[in-house]
Design a protein around this ligand. Structure first.
Ligand SMILES: [Zn+2]
Length: 85
């Protein structure tokens, strides 16, 4: 059965559960990302302090650019770390 084969393959690929990635900012209908909104920006910065790439967060290109800009501004304002030790 071709259908069963497909299901098996999907299960093998699942090292970690496949979450459907949708841009959270598009979902919330946000156009501009405020650099003072540290709680939201923190979600896109793992322990290392680097900005998460689009492929891991699912953010669209428009919002990824806004996000990167906001994070950089927040760093300058000392709201976020440049590099986490
Ligand atoms: Zn978006």
């Amino acid at each position: 059965m071709a259908k069963e084969e497909k299901i098996e393959k999907a299960q093998i690929k699942r090292f970690f559960p496949p979450k459907k990635k949708v841009c959270r900012f598009c979902q919330m209908n946000v156009r501009e990302i405020d650099y003072k909104n540290v709680d939201i920006l923190r979600r896109y910065i793992p322990e290392r302090g680097k900005i998460s790439p689009r492929r891991t967060t699912g953010t669209c290109s428009f919002h990824q650019r806004r996000l990167a800009q906001a994070i950089k501004r927040a760093r300058i304002m000392a709201l976020l770390p440049f590099i986490a030790d």
